[in-house]
Structures are given as structure tokens and as C-alpha cells.
Design a binder for this molecule. Structure first.
Ligand code: CP
Length: 315
């Protein structure tokens, strides 16, 4: 197979296992490119990509922009905080005005779940979802799985991946669950009962409320950020008594990691709240692949953009 089964990347749920494996094989080639002295290829020359960020981002935004530039695309950036959205313009009007400037692809982060799907149904361009509210963050899941594949030598069968923390508000968790299950891994979610969505086991994952038990079970642990900004007004703790109590029960320390009695791989999608989800000692240890995830994000996003752009007719 040399092309994706989808026109847009709206989430991991619509992808097949073959799509994901094609993205990984393509990312392998781009990873080689970005480690050369000349890191650029002409694959997206004459293609223009607009990065529309209606919500804050450091990693995803920079990573997409770098991926586009490494592929020789023309790039325009849009940030909601400095745009006419503030003057009441709708999402469709904003994007149609941008498309009138001859844009071929749109990468969009938006606070509303379903925003990427809505856009794909209402404007005529290729959409890449860079995170839509609490719904999906497909390129994060792809780079996470790609980083696990790199560390654990390709095969996901019988690999056990635990996703730990704020599952309820996490688009990273949902996309990771879809991605890892499609690849054949076993997935467990772990966290306080208030942060585990009801009925999540119907997706095919197991549930644990004990970090220590999960560490014994897993080969890989993905430590999610506590998303205070999605817990209600004023960034206040609402789902557990205090951040201190959360970190005592669910924060990963070097002692708890050693208690697993095996060399677990530690991941975090970022941004990290050091001392809450993981201590600095763990985040900066050899077991953590957090910066590998960031590095792989560029190659994976290059692969996604390249494969989706192959549908664009170019004379
Ligand atoms: N992991 C992630 O999505 O980070 P940003 O919010 O900084 O893009």
C-alpha cells in the first residue's frame, strides 16, 4: 500500500492499521533525511500549508512548521489571539478567507471537539487535526507509537502500554488508545476514579486505580498532564483534593519506577508539570524518551503531510 485510505487526518479512529504502518515506514525515511547535514527535500514544493492555532501550543505548532519547511512547503501561520476571530468572524469564514489566498492544506488546533471534522465538511481543502478539544490529537498518538516502536523494536503484539493520569480530559489518551489497539498492543488506563471516563473499558482497555500495580503490569508508561484548564473556571483542582495528594498517589518517582523491577519506558506528551506527573529525576532519566518523542514528531508529521498531499493535483 502506498497511499492512505483517508483524505484528511481527523483522528486515529478512521485510520486502518495499514495506514498507521505506512505513516511509520514513510517517517523512517524522513527521519533519515532530518539527520542529514542538508535536512530539506523538495516533496511539497509549490504546496502552501496554513497552520491555524485557535489554542495554545509549543511542540505541535513548531513541529508542524518545521515538518512543512523540511518538505519545502510554503507556510503561513495564524494565531487566534491576534486575528479577526476576536472581532466575531466565524470559523468557516476565517478559513474560507484564508483559502481564497490559495492554500492547499490546513493544520488546525481548536478547543472544540469535532472542529476538524466540521471544517472538513464545510471547506474544500485537506485538513490535519492538530488537537480538537478533548476529542483527538492524532499526530501525537502517531509519534508516541512510533517512539515505542523505535525503543521496543517494531512489534506491538503483547506489549503492554499504560496511560496514566487525566484520561477524562485527554485527547492524547483517546488517540493513543485507538492507535495502540489497532497496532495490537494491550492498553491499561490508570488514575483517580474521577479522571477515568465511565465505560472506557468498552474500548478494549483495562482500568487500574493503583499506580504501583500498573507499573508492575506495563512495559511502557505514558504519563499525562493534569489539565487544570479543562477542569473548570480559574484553573482550580476539582477532581481530586489537591495537586500534592495527586502527585503522592499517581506521580511517578524514581523509587516507584525502581519498584516495578524492570526497565520501563517512560513517556510524556508534554508540557510536563514537573513534580506533579513525574519528578525531574524520572523525566531526565535514561528510561524517559520524552525528547525522542519530540524529535520523532517532526518525521511523523512530515510523513502525514507528504502522504495527504499526494492527493493534490499538481501541473
Ligand atoms: N503535546 C502537545 O500537544 O504539546 P503542545 O500543546 O505544546 O503542542
Amino acid at each position: 500500500m502506498s497511499s492512505l485510505s483517508v483524505k484528511h487526518l481527523l483522528g486515529i479512529e478512521p485510520l486502518t492499521r495499514e495506514d498507521i504502518e505506512l505513516i511509520f515506514r514513510t517517517a523512517d525515511e524522513f527521519k533519515e533525511v532530518i539527520n542529514r547535514p542538508i535536512k530539506k527535500v523538495p516533496s511539497l514544493r509549490d504546496i502552501t500549508v496554513a497552520n491555524l492555532f485557535f489554542e495554545n501550543s509549543t511542540r505541535t505548532r513548531l513541529s508542524f512548521e518545521l515538518a512543512e519547511k523540511r518538505l519545502s512547503a510554503d507556510v503561513v501561520n495564524f494565531s487566534a489571539s491576534s486575528s479577526s476571530v476576536k472581532k466575531g468572524e466565524t470559523l468557516i469564514d476565517t478559513v474560507n478567507n484564508i483559502l481564497a489566498m490559495k492554500i492547499d492544506m490546513v493544520v488546525m488546533r481548536h478547543p472544540d471537539p469535532g472542529a476538524a471534522l466540521f471544517l472538513s465538511e464545510n471547506v474544500n481543502t485537506i485538513i490535519v487535526n492538530a488537537g480538537d478539544g478533548t476529542h483527538e490529537h492524532p499526530t501525537q498518538a502517531l509519534l508516541d507509537a512510533y517512539s515505542i516502536r523505535e525503543r521496543l523494536d517494531e512489534d506491538f503484539t503483547d506489549r503492554r502500554v499504560a496511560i496514566i493520569g487525566d484520561i477524562l480530559h485527554s485527547r492524547v489518551a483517546l488517540s493513543n488508545i485507538h492507535c495502540l489497539l489497532k497496532l495490537g498492543a494491550e492498553v491499561q488506563v490508570c488514575g483517580p476514579p474521577t479522571l477515568i471516563p465511565k465505560h472506557i473499558e468498552s474500548m478494549g482497555v483495562s482500568i487500574s486505580y493503583s499506580l504501583e500495580e500498573t507499573l508492575m503490569w506495563a512495559d511502557v508508561v505514558n504519563m499525562l498532564r493534569i489539565q487544570l484548564e479543562r477542569q473548570g473556571d480559574g484553573n482550580v483542582v476539582k477532581y481530586f483534593p489537591s495537586l500534592r495528594e495527586y502527585s503522592m498517589k499517581y506521580g511517578l518517582t524514581a523509587e516507584k519506577l525502581a519498584g516495578a523491577g524492570k526497565p520501563l519506558v517512560v513517556m510524556h506528551p508534554g508540557p510536563i508539570n514537573r513534580g506533579v506527573e513525574v519528578t525531574s529525576e524520572v523525566a531526565d532519566s535514561n528510561q524517559a524518551i520524552i525528547l525522542d518523542q519530540v524529535e520523532n514528531g517532526v518525521a511523523v508529521r512530515m510523513a502525514v503531510l507528504y502522504l495527504l498531499a499526494s492527493q493534490i493535483e499538481r501541473n
